[in-house]
Design a protein. Structure first.
Length: 108
């Protein structure tokens, strides 16, 4: 996963994906978060080879604002971006639920 360093980077990512046929997922978490550690990252990364993954550690860099900006209040949290449009966010530590949500958002 590519680190998501700041709110500005996130907003640039949204602009960059407009008109782009790519699939982008941002995962929000923290190193101390026990529910975040329950996520099977390798399983999620294997969903589809063309999904571009970003990770926002809410305790590092300038990501404290980005979580709320995306409509999330808890971690672990996820947001999909398709054609510059962010999905409704998901807050879950259930890998199967996250996988199903990603597949639904990208019609996989």
């Amino acid at each position: 996963m590519t680190p998501l360093p700041s709110q500005e980077f996130f907003e640039g990512l949204i602009d960059k994906t407009k008109g782009h046929d790519g699939m982008f997922v941002v995962r929000f978490g923290a190193s101390w978060c026990a529910p975040c550690k329950r996520i099977d990252t390798e399983r999620l990364l294997a969903i589809h080879p063309n999904i571009h993954w970003y990770y926002a550690d809410i305790d590092k860099d300038d990501n404290t604002y980005t979580l709320g900006y995306c409509g999330l209040q808890q971690i672990p949290g996820f947001i999909c971006i398709r054609d510059g449009v962010p999905s409704q966010p998901l807050q879950s530590s259930d890998t199967a639920k996250v996988e199903a949500w990603i597949k639904k958002n990208f019609d996989l």
